[in-house]
Design a protein around this ligand. Sequence first.
Ligand code: PLP
Length: 379
Amino acid sequence: MYGSIYLDNNATTQIDEEVLNAMLPYLKEEYGNPSSTYSFGKNIQKDISKARNNIAKMLNADPDSIIFTSCGSESNVSAIMSSIKINPSKKHIITTKVEHASIMETMASLEKEGYKITFLDVDKYGRLDLTQLKESISDDTCLVSVMMANNEIGNIYPIKEISKIVHERNILFHCDAVQAVGKIKIDVKDLDVDFLSFSGHKINAPKGIGVLYVRKGIPFTPLIFGHQEKNRRGGTENVPYIIGLGKAAELVINDNFQKEKEIEKLRNYMEERIKKEISDIHIYGDLDNRTPNTSSIAFKGVKGDALLFILEGSNIFISTGSACNSQIALPSHVLTACKADLDSFSPIRISLGKYNTKEEIDTFIDVLKKNIEALRRRK
Ligand code: PLP
């Protein structure tokens, strides 16, 4: 008998023991406020700097360009709201149809304020057409925002090519890298992005801490005013979580994507077994260009949400899409954009993490097989 099997690491990840241990002193004895003028508190500033340096190193960024936020969503919203203030007369923004809810909802709100938003299409594999991007840019465009990796299907988007197109027209470029950090190499200088967002809880740090990278020299207007983070994000620093995120970044750097290679092997092993042992399946996304841990699989005639529910009964946790949408019974906007036949092929999303084992995958497939056979027999 097994305990529980967690296969939803795009929703969140387990805190690494080393991250937790790095955080604990700051939840106990080192509880001072880094803005204090006395040493108990003030000394914590150097620990925050160390965390900031680790994060900067992970992204090949200047430490001064790293702003701590409360989450990936805040980083996304801050980047958008700040960048549109730079050219207030320009009222056109370009993004894609497959972004995270934090981007989609911000765009919906800006649309109500009179902005024109272009949502770029994707093909059936979830791929963007960069010609459409080029053709959509106008003299009125003030911002382009494209994610680096998709949370549901794992597609990796050509950020370097996109930033080149965008910058040739002197437009600002934001990239939501929440699902990419820790999974693929990110070098903000090489990618030439102006803003980049990510979140701690996707890389084995806690929930409630995020980062916004802002390229040096770009004027920045905070979402929350105050003196912290060099006047760019008010609010007393979330010291334990910042330290935890710094540790998580150090682990990512030291590991140099070796764990991700193992995760990818495990994901591929899982898909191969499923393909061999279960008939009529479909895997969504750009299969040769995905994050190493993600698999969006559908079993013909079997509803993803029915499977989710049944697997939960066996203590196996997966999702049908993004955690933020999966409590609402709406079809996935990502797969709708891919024009997926969701009536016949309604997927589950399996997203692996560094603690998953081959034994867990074998158990998962055995349980999955049994239940799919049973559900199909009932039809
Ligand atoms: N962007 C993407 C692509 C995500 O997958 C998520 C979370 O799932 C977010 C942004 C939001 O991050 P957070 O949960 O830290 O707000």
